[in-house]
Design a protein around this ligand. Structure first.
Ligand SMILES: [Zn+2]
Length: 137
């Protein structure tokens, strides 16, 4: 159990923040917030990159963010080849969170525009895999 069930963003599997997957099962996309300095991270981190504190708490990534940048991947890490090509992006939220993730296949390349509104949505993949993606609100 844990991050071996997380199907989209492989780098997250290196994290120790297993509860992230449990939250996705519950329909919540959660990041972490440093209790020491207030920095927010999505995907979640156990340790704050700003002040190195390990005293973090969860927050739910809700509301609408804006597409800051995106990239179309033609090459993927092992295990993700069948998903190609797909688009990854950074979405900026009003509270300063910069969230990283995949853009829904329901949005065509032509419809992607920097600054467009996006929301993070938990998704179920084949098998028992869970993930999240960014969709139109
Ligand atoms: Zn901190």
């Amino acid at each position: 159990m844990g991050f071996d069930r997380f199907g989209t963003v492989s780098f997250v599997s290196q994290s120790k923040v297993d509860k992230f997957v449990d939250f996705l099962d519950e329909g919540k996309v959660m990041g972490t917030k440093c209790k020491s300095c207030g920095a927010k991270y999505f995907p979640p981190r156990n340790d704050c990159a700003q002040c190195l504190s390990s005293d973090v708490e969860w927050f739910e990534l809700t509301g609408t963010g804006k597409l800051a940048t995106y990239s179309k991947l033609m090459y993927a890490p092992s295990g993700f080849e069948k998903d190609l090509p797909y688009r990854i992006c950074v979405v900026e939220y009003p509270d300063g969170v910069k969230a990283f993730g995949r853009i829904s296949a329901a949005i065509s390349d032509d419809d992607l525009a920097i600054g467009m509104d996006l929301v993070a949505v938990p998704i179920k993949l084949s098998g028992n895999q869970v993930a999240y993606e960014f969709r139109r609100p």
